[in-house]
Structure formats: structure tokens, C-alpha cells
Design a protein around this ligand. Structure first.
Ligand SMILES: Cc1cc2nc3c(=O)[nH]c(=O)nc-3n(C[C@H](O)[C@H](O)[C@H](O)COP(=O)(O)OP(=O)(O)OC[C@H]3O[C@@H](n4cnc5c(N)ncnc54)[C@H](O)[C@@H]3O)c2cc1C
Length: 299
């Protein structure tokens, strides 16, 4: 019987596991090995880890966890059954783990639009977080694909990185927003994108957006925030959602007693360091709950 099984070995699950292990808990970490940022060349904006390749971030974290005697399991969790102090976790290689508490840190899945060429360029010059990858391409020709009301705001923020910004309007901007964008020097185009093309001299980098009328817009960067979906396990666990994300309290407790969640699956504020921080909170909450103590914010 483990004190905790952590499911998902991204920044959230790795940090939850580290905090639990340092708290002298018996902990197992199960990971399917498909991180969201696997297409990215670097993890940026993580102090002391700025620029580290994602695979190195994980490898170093796992090496440290092994030093604490954590059981690392490679595989996909098919099901979690039971209740606090008596959960069973079934992994696809038929490993069965028993635990008193569960952390789900499964991340989310990006549902990329069906554009030609997109999969090859996603994660480097086509990305969703300017704080993560904007600095490296500052001052170049950017575009923002606005298919949700949040994206015009992101375009206004993105002016910090470039003066040359074009917004593809797929939501039908209202007059005020259009005027604000134009006042910030942002060009607006209402034609839809059907594909992206790499640069002639670098197959890894965006060169142009391909539009529905057959024309090309030469661009170096595209900000794209595709819709996201939860993993199958979240649905199987029947965790309560809020706006599509797993609902948690300030201590990372889900709607199901004994199951805690941390990282991208709980929030649109999706960065490696905030995910890790949430994993740390989840672990601290579990320590309190197992000891029958209240967390400071429990009132
Ligand atoms: C292209 C791209 C680039 C990014 N660049 C940056 C950046 O530079 N800096 C930054 O701060 N953020 C960046 N992000 C965001 C960052 O990657 C995420 O916020 C962060 O990885 C979330 O961590 P997480 O632990 O919640 O989930 P993830 O890192 O997605 O990890 C979830 C893990 O859970 C596993 N899993 C899922 N289901 C199961 C299951 N049933 N059983 C077992 N394991 C399972 C998956 O295999 C995966 O390994 C980027 C995101 C993308 C898409």
C-alpha cells in the first residue's frame, strides 16, 4: 500500500511526487510519457531551468526522485477504483497499485485545427504562450489566430514582443475591440487559415499562413490557442469540471474525496512552473489530510 499514487509525470506530478517523498511518504509515480510540450525545443520561463529541453527536465527530475526511493512506473493508468485509504490503480501493463490517496496530474490534450503543415511546426514558431517562446522570436512578423474572445487580448499583450502584428479575426470583432486593436497598430484580416508553410531556408520554422482564398501571408510566428480536452481518465473518474477544467479547491482537492488534481487539467493558466507549484500544494494538502490536520486556507 502506497500513501500516494501520482498519475502523470509532467511538472505537476513530478513536483507533487518530490514533495511527498521528501515528506517521508511512500509514493509511486505512473506516467504515460506523452507530455504536452513534447514538440517544444525548450522549457522557458522556469527560473533556474530556463531553456532546458523538455526531455532533460523530466529525466533530471526522475533521476532525483529515484534517489528518494520513489517507485517509477512507465505506463497508462486505465482505471482508479475505491475510496480514501483503499484505492486501486490499474496500469495498462497489468501492474496494480494500492494507495491511500491519488494525485491526478494528467495534463490536457490540445485539439489542433486540421491545417496542412501544422503538426510539424507546432511548439516552436507556432505556440500559445508568448511568455514561453516569444522572447526568442521578438521583433519578427507575428500573427494571432483569433477564434475565441480571449485572443484579441492576447494580441494586445503580444505587442510587447513585436511591432509587426496581424490578427486573423474568426470571431467577428465588435467595433470597440477592432478600434482598440487598430489603435495599437495591429492589422486585421478576416480570411481563414487553411494551412501553414515552413520557411524555404528552415523547415523547422514558420514562413507563411496559407489562406482560404489561396493567398499567402508571410509570417514568422503564429499565436494559436487550440481547444483542449481532458484525458479519458478524468472522464472515467467523473471528476466535477468547471469551464472544462477539473474543479479544485484552493488546496487542489477535487470533487472526489481522496483524489487531488494539479497542473494544466485544472486551469487555463498553463505553465510548467505554476503546474509544479500546484503539485507542491496538492502534496502538502495530502500530508495534512492524512494527519487529520487542517490547511491554513481550510478556515
Ligand atoms: C508546445 C508547447 C510548448 C510549451 N512551452 C512551455 C514553456 O516553454 N514554458 C512553460 O512554462 N510552459 C510551456 N508549455 C506549457 C507546459 O508544457 C504545461 O503547462 C505543463 O507541461 C503542464 O504540466 P502538467 O504536469 O500539468 O502536464 P503535462 O506536462 O502535460 O504532463 C502530463 C503527463 O500525464 C501523463 N498522462 C496522461 N494520462 C495518463 C494516464 N492515464 N496514465 C499515466 N499517465 C498519464 C502524460 O503522458 C504526461 O506525461 C508549453 C505547452 C505547449 C503545448
Amino acid at each position: 500500500m502506497f500513501d500516494v499514487v501520482v498519475i502523470g509525470g509532467g511538472p505537476a506530478g513530478l513536483q507533487a511526487t518530490l514533495t511527498l517523498a521528501r515528506g517521508q511518504r511512500r509514493v509511486a509515480l505512473v506516467d504515460g510519457g506523452a507530455p504536452r510540450n513534447q514538440r517544444a525545443v525548450q522549457v522557458n520561463n522556469f527560473v533556474s531551468r530556463d531553456g532546458i529541453p523538455p526531455k532533460d527536465f523530466r529525466a533530471e527530475s526522475r533521476r532525483q526522485l529515484e534517489g528518494y526511493g520513489v517507485r517509477l512506473v512507465q505506463g497508462l493508468v486505465r482505471g482508479v477504483h475505491g475510496e480514501p485509504d483503499g484505492f486501486t490503480v490499474d496500469v495498462d501493463d497489468d501492474t496494480r497499485l494500492e494507495a491511500r490517496r491519488i494525485v491526478v496530474a494528467l495534463g490536457v490534450r490540445d485539439v489542433l485545427p486540421d491545417w496542412s503543415g501544422l503538426a510539424a511546426l507546432w511548439g516552436d514558431t507556432i505556440f500559445q504562450c508568448p511568455y514561453c517562446h516569444g522572447h526568442e522570436v521578438r521583433g519578427t512578423r507575428w500573427a494571432v489566430y483569433a477564434d475565441s474572445p480571449h485572443m484579441p487580448q492576447l494580441a494586445l499583450l503580444a505587442r510587447a514582443w513585436t511591432d509587426d502584428l496581424l490578427l486573423v479575426d474568426r470571431i467577428g470583432l465588435d467595433d470597440d475591440t477592432r478600434a482598440r486593436l487598430q489603435g495599437a497598430g495591429i492589422v486585421i484580416d478576416t480570411r481563414d487559415v487553411v494551412g501553414v508553410a515552413a520557411r524555404a531556408d528552415d523547415a523547422q520554422r514558420l514562413g507563411a499562413l496559407l489562406l482560404e482564398d489561396g493567398s499567402r501571408l508571410e509570417r514568422d510566428v503564429l499565436l494559436l490557442h487550440p481547444p483542449q480536452r481532458q484525458t479519458a481518465l478524468v472522464e472515467a473518474l467523473e471528476l466535477a469540471l468547471q469551464d472544462g477544467y477539473v474543479a479544485v479547491d484552493a488546496q487542489q482537492r477535487t470533487s472526489r474525496p481522496g483524489i487531488y488534481a494539479a497542473g494544466d487539467l485544472t486551469t487555463r493558466m498553463q505553465t510548467a512552473i505554476t503546474s509544479a507549484a500546484a503539485g507542491c500544494v496538492a502534496a502538502a494538502t495530502i500530508a495534512h489530510d492524512l494527519a487529520g490536520l487542517r490547511m491554513p486556507h481550510d478556515g
